[in-house]
Design a binder for this molecule. Structure first.
Ligand code: SF4
Ligand code: SF4
Length: 257
């Protein structure tokens, strides 16, 4: 009998998967090792979650240059590339008989918008980098010029090694805080309801109605579904807290692996 054999999914397979896609920064971690709050743990996303696989896709340095329409188009393509990698990995895992789910939804929690899982925090826990004052992951290899993707899965797998955190990547220079045109950032916090990329995704007539409700923490029926619809039409009106960071311009050759 002949047939297409399903691949053995292990660390070597994952290494080859990312190598084939020119992704040199990824981590495989045990789901239970991540410091996530109740309700936003890998097992809250996928009950059988044993492992989380995270990756960083490097951005082109000119991603945010050009007209607004050109930038939007480039950013949409970049996000689509991340989604495609997540979908390919999810399909490979499911094709081998494991449960798997990409991490991409947002929820309303505690009066603010959060990822279903906080990818920057999970990536920092996984040893990929550290969180900067711009609330983004600053990776050890590509600085903050990255996009994060992740899949949670039921397969158990050996973890990738985690470097000792240096605790010195973000220099607290405040360039990101000063660059924000909406004063959405302060050390350690980001008020997403001020961020232009969030406010710009709300239809104008909904903004003054929805934001106070969302901030209040009152449960609104279908709010998470609405948020995810809005997230899919998210505009890329601003990247100043990203591009103002010296780590956006970091040369990977300056960094160790
Ligand atoms: S701009 Fe400065 S303070 Fe902000 S994340 Fe980068 S290094 Fe940290
Ligand atoms: S993307 Fe722009 S508006 Fe949003 S927090 Fe960063 S600097 Fe502020």
């Amino acid at each position: 009998m002949t047939g297409v054999s399903t691949p053995v999914i292990d660390r070597d397979y994952i290494a080859g998967f990312f190598h084939d896609r020119d992704i040199d920064l990824y981590a495989v971690v045990s789901a239970s090792s991540l410091h996530a709050p109740a309700g936003r743990r890998p097992c809250d996303l996928l009950a059988s979650a044993e492992t989380m696989i995270l990756f960083c896709l490097e951005m082109d340095k000119d991603l945010f240059s050009g007209t607004p329409a050109e930038i939007s188009s480039k950013v949409r393509d970049f996000v689509r590339n991340i989604r495609d990698v997540e979908d390919d990995l999810t399909s490979a895992l499911q094709g081998s008989g494991f449960e798997a789910k990409p991490v991409r939804s947002v929820i309303l929690s505690g009066g603010t918008i959060k990822g279903e899982l906080s990818l920057p925090h999970c990536a920092a826990d996984a040893g990929l980098g550290e969180i900067g004052d711009n609330r983004l992951l600053i990776s050890y290899r590509h600085g903050c010029r990255i996009g994060l993707g992740a899949v949670v899965t039921s397969i158990g797998m050996e973890e990738t090694p985690r470097p000792e955190p240096s605790g010195e990547i973000c220099t607290h220079c405040r360039k990101c805080i000063r660059a924000c045109p909406e004063h959405a950032l302060s050390p350690g916090t980001l008020d997403l309801f001020r961020c232009r990329n969030v406010t710009g995704s709300f239809p104008g007539f909904l903004l003054p109605v929805m934001v106070p409700f969302m901030r209040s923490g009152i449960r609104i029926p279908f709010s998470n579904r609405l948020l995810n619809l809005l997230a899919n039409r998210k505009v890329n009106a601003c990247a100043d807290c990203l591009t103002s960071c010296p780590h956006f311009h970091q040369d990977p050759s300056d960094q160790g692996s």
